[in-house]
Design a protein around this ligand. Structure first.
Ligand code: MG
Length: 446
């Protein structure tokens, strides 16, 4: 299998083992070779982040570019800073929701988007060739500190009806998961006149309170606190706060798919139509509400950089992933946890109903997932093309049935194939999943 240093989210690995300061230094030189000028560098709250950040900055300076050190900041805040400020590019040191021993380095282009797969490919070629720009001793770049969080907070607040939200004096519990959002989310809530309760809101790279991924099983504490303080909602972020998940006023977790559908519907209604971009692995509930509201759904490959790229190309009104990563193009074509929170408050202020009531009408499906061994990606894809001529082959094969759908998708990075099945009732979803597993095994075995 082809191995590449850059995965779906830049370079990621165990800090000081896979992702060493030597590699970070060369990644700093790589970005400065590709986009010389001013390069903003931010980081999450992980223990290894300052070490890696300083190595990246040294690489940038060695290549003759100027580094702007913005310190601990959510990924979308760094992206927004690059978009609206005068940096030519950005680097974020983060492993997002991964366990504490991990870290990562991701490149951001001047419009604030994550590097596309093609741009990452070019970066990897430069990195491996070691053909970096190197400045003479008297032309080595400088470094200065700047503040990205404040610009981001103001950017987010300016994109929502803050007067409407302020009137409601919402009670909100924010679980920042000891990540980078400790510097932004409580401030956004303050600007919107919310009564804010924070938990796990001290930056701590040991992630002492909960695992970083804001999935339902990790936000039990948030659910409890929402109930005990009688909050209107609870919000939880991952370590770099490009994702947000929510708990309603009853302390119930709102599934990420339902939240994606709710936002997509709101944007289509607000724009009197428009295109919504989601990966092929997305629940049908999103398509249902988008089509119902007069919009159009566009399916892409899995991975946020490709969603962002397609959104920009077709001028989509909204997009996102069913994992709490929502994209608001009027702010930033990137997943954005702060915007997700602010927009949800706007919807609640607008509808004047509790969150549990607002999401009640979104259709519910059962989605089941499985993995099987797959050592021959090409064989599986060719077999699927023969078996299911009418399927959507954007990424693997998505086969639509009258009462559900099935996605069989060989991984690009691991020797496995992922199988997703979704239907209105659980029994049918199980049936489709088993059918998919059997089909994939049969193709691989013949
Ligand atoms: Mg993240």
């Amino acid at each position: 299998m082809e191995r590449s240093l850059f995965g779906t989210n830049g370079v990621r690995g165990i800090a000081n083992f896979d992702l060493t300061p030597e590699l970070a230094l060369n990644l700093g030189k790589t970005i400065a070779t590709m986009r010389s000028g001013k390069i903003a560098v931010g980081m999450d709250a992980r223990i290894s982040s300052p070490m890696l950040k300083h190595a990246v900055i040294a690489g940038i300076m060695s290549s003759g570019s100027t580094a702007i050190d913005v310190g601990i900041t959510p990924t979308p805040a760094l992206q927004y800073y690059v978009k609206v400020g005068d940096a030519n590019a950005g680097v974020i040191v983060t492993a997002s929701h991964n366990p504490k021993e991990y870290n990562g380095i991701k490149f951001i282009s001047s419009d604030g988007r994550e590097f596309s797969r093609e741009e990452d490919g070019e970066a990897e070629r430069i990195l491996l060739s070691k053909k970096f720009l190197r400045a003479e001793w008297n032309e080595v770049g400088g470094v200065y500190a700047d503040e990205a969080n404040r610009i981001y907070i103001e950017g987010v607040v300016s994109k929502v009806d803050s007067d409407l939200i302020s009137e409601r004096k919402f009670r909100v519990v924010a679980d920042c998961g000891n990540g980078a959002s400790v510097f932004t989310t409580p401030e956004i809530l303050k600007e919107l006149d919310c009564i804010t309760y924070t938990i796990n809101s001290v930056p701590d790279g040991r992630f002492p309170a909960r695992q970083s991924e804001p999935v339902e099983e990790n936000v039990w504490e948030l659910k409890e606190v929402v109930k005990s303080v009688k909050a209107d909602i609870g919000v939880a972020h991952d370590g770099d706060a490009d994702r947000a998940t929510f708990v309603d006023e009853r302390g119930n977790f709102v599934s990420e798919d339902v939240m994606l559908a709710l936002m997509a519907k709101y944007y289509v209604e607000m724009n009197n139509g428009g295109k919504v971009v989601v990966p092929v692995s997305t629940s049908k509930c999103v398509e249902d509400v988008v089509v119902d509201a007069g919009g159009e759904i566009v399916y892409t490959e899995v991975g946020s950089p490709v969603i962002a790229k397609v959104m920009k190309e077709i001028g989509a009104v909204f997009g996102g992933e069913g994992n709490g990563g929502l994209i608001f193009p009027e702010h930033l074509i990137a997943r954005d946890g702060g915007m997700s929170l602010a927009k949800l408050l706007e919807i609640m202020a607008d509808e004047r109903k509790p969150l549990s009531e607002i999401v009640k009408d979104i259709p519910r499906y059962h989605i089941l997932k499985a993995k099987i061994k797959c050592h021959n990606r090409k064989k599986l894809l060719e077999g699927l093309r023969e078996e299911f001529e009418d399927a959507n082959f954007t990424d693997g094969a998505r086969i639509d049935f009258e009462d559900g759908w099935l996605l069989i998708r060989p991984s690009g990075t691991e020797p496995i194939a992922r199988i997703f099945a979704e239907a209105r009732d659980e029994r049918r979803a199980k049936e489709l999943l088993e059918f998919g597993i059997e089909k994939a095994r049969k193709i691989l075995g013949r």
